[in-house]
Each structure stands twice: as C-alpha cells, then as structure tokens.
Ligand binder design. Sequence first.
Ligand SMILES: [Zn+2]
Length: 460
Amino acid sequence: MAELCFKALLFIFFNKHYKLVNIYKFSIAVYLRKQKTTIMKKFYFSISLILFTAVSLFSQDSDLYKEVISELNSKKYYGRGYYKNGDGKAASYIAKTFREVGAEAYNENYFQEFAFPVNVFQGKMKMSIDGMELLPAKDFVLREFSSGIKGEYDLYYLDTTNFDIELFKKEYEKEEVKNSAIVIDFSFFHQHGKELGFLYKSQTPAIILKWSEPLKFYKAYSSFIVPIGIVWVSPNFPDNAKSVKFNIENNMIDEHKTKNVVAFVEGSHAADSFYVFTAHYDHLGMMGKKVYFPGANDNASGVAMLVSLAEHYANPENQPKYSMLFVAVAGEETGLLGSKHFVENPIIPLNNIKYVLNFDMIADNSEDIYVEISDEGQKGLDLLNEINSVNSFFTELEQGELAGNSDHFSFAEKDVPAVFFMMKGDGWAIYHTPQDNFQSIDLNNYPKLFKLVQEFIINY
Ligand SMILES: [Zn+2]
C-alpha cells in the first residue's frame, strides 16, 4: 500500500514535468555520448533510474495497447486467418485505428494487396477413438498439408522398439495393415522420415503422429497437400485403442486474397528517409467451425505496439526527424508472405530505410528480451544495448542467430538494417494454441519496450 501511494505521487509529479525531464535526459544523453566516461555513465544511470524509469513506467498509457489486443483477440476475426474474411476484417480495423490515431495512408489507401494458396480446415472436424470423442486443438490437430478424411478405420501401432524398415514394408503388404490408420511416435517418425516417407503417397487412410509433449504447434500454412490424412495427437492418445473414426474437411484455397496495412508519419527533417515498424496481424485462423486461435500474444501484441507508436509519432509534438512507416503485415504464418511481398514490391526504395523494427509476441512476462538482427543491424543493436543497460529496462537483450521466424527476415534478405523483438516467458508454453488469448498475456513489459524504442529513435 505504501509503495502504491509513493508511485501515485511520482506519477503526478512526473506527468507534470514530463517534458522537462525528457529534455534534461536528452541533453545528458548527448553529453554522455561525447564523454563516455564510466563516472558519467554511473551518474546518468542513477539519475535515469530515479527520474526516467519513474516517468517511463507511469507516463506511457497502455489503454490503447490493451484495447487493440483485446479487439483483435475477439471471435469476430476468427483467429485472423482464412475463415469468413477474418484477416480482411482485421485489416480494416487496423487501418481504421491508424486513421483514428492520426497516421495517414502512404498511398491512396492503407492497403497493399496480394494473394497466396493455402490449405485450410474450417469445415467438419470430428475424430473419435473407440467411440470416445477427441477435442480439436487439444487432443488432435491437423498437419498443415493433410487431406480431409472421412471414415472408420482399424488402428495399427508401429513397433518402434524393434523397428526394421524391411520387415515393416513386408508387413505393410497385408491389406489389413494398408487399410489401417497407422499410429507412430512423432519424434520417431521425424527421425525415420526418409524410410517412412513412402506412407505419404500410400493408400493408408491416415498417419496419426503421437507427441510426447502437449500439442502446441499447429501450423496453418501449406500451399500443397498430400493425399492422406496426417494428424498430430497429444500424449494422452491411448496406446492400445482398436479403431478411429474421422470426419474432417479440408479446403485447398488456390488464391486467398489478403493485404498488408501501411500507415505513414512524415518526418520533419529528412522526409524521404524512413524507419519501418513491422508486426504481423494474421494468425492461425480456425480448426473446424468452432475452435479459433485468438493469437493475443502472437501477434495482436505486436500490432498493438505499432498502433501505439503511430499514435505517439502522429502527435505533432512528437514529430520525428525521419519519416515512419507502420506496416501491419499479413500472411506471416503462411511463411512470411506479407513481408516478402512488401520487400519485392516496395512502396519506398529499400535503400531509404534507416532501420526496420519488427515486433512479434511481445506481451509476455520474460525479464529479458530476445532479439535478432540482420547483418546490417549491428550498429542499431549496439545502441539498443547501450540504452537498455543505462535504463535497465530488461535484464539483457538476448541475441539469437538470424532465422526465418518472423518478418524482419524478409528485410534481412534484402540487406536492410533490421532488428526483431520477441519475449519468451510463460506465454511460450501456449504458443500456437487456443490458450494464447487475452487472459494469458502480460502487459508489464510494454512500457519498457516502448521507451527503449523511443530512445532508439531519438539517438540512432
Ligand atoms: Zn505465430
């Protein structure tokens, strides 16, 4: 209670003196960059810890951030995938919100359209074992390139302890084995992919792959399908069941039309030089007609950061020196397709981009923050590290190797300086499950990341 009162007092004081403190802080920062002495760093550190952290953590209004996540989390966007125009509705909402916070369209409207093929499962979704019904997205998920499957089949469990591919192939010649759904330990199947891969093209009705950990890795993207059913099941799947019954529909959409949403804030000094902020707004969509993936952390959180930054910089008081593009990207879960489309069809010359900042899964409770950079991004990361160590926002910026796991990668492939921010806390366990919803997110890291970015923009 005492702490609360103290914070409330600080809040009132620093809200009043926010600008003054900011100017003060900025001049110290400039001075420090010239001097770079340890003593000054320590001095700056203590001042900023008392003043700046207090300001930063209580002045950054998180209502808009929360509101955007909550909205995109809701059922009406159907997991921002391919069902009933879920991603299209999300795109309209994001464009409307950009307009409301004062960020303009860069071209004649906010949208950059493109299309891709995708295999979806948004019709019938039933699976039962010996008459016991399983729950979609909890007990089973479809592999992204699976066909739909209907019918009742015997189960055949592959013997993985005495596995011999030649013996299995002989066994497989029996009609009753060929016509059974085959249950295989998933990691075993993964290790023996070359030997067992023939099953994909066989007359086997389905392969059921059993996970040893909770199911969480439902991927929605595939531009092709195999002719049989491929089903992942949870560790609870029985070891000695007799039969399985399926009624699962798929639909190969040849051309799913979607769009990136792009907003713009003009810079005061060098309007043709840009910071580009990216976050994907699409998610995994539906599994069946009932279960949807809200994707609150992945990645309504990143979009909410984009909108909050747009609101801040669209305010004339905060007009940046360089221009800014806010790109809410579609088709990330389908293989970074939206960001690839953006860099292949750039609306500004890629050479005019000073830095790309990509946010993906940032409403989590980790104490550090995970980052990746492109080859050209080192200078930016050095600065981010400096700002972070002075302000102690995060325990560290934990750098991982550049990988094709989010949209910064598309820019990295075009040699654009870029950084990727992500948080790996408790939310990691429910990544790509329906539990990644508004109730599960953590909002405490938002003001820290916002301030880190704000300081970066001032000093880069
Ligand atoms: Zn994802």
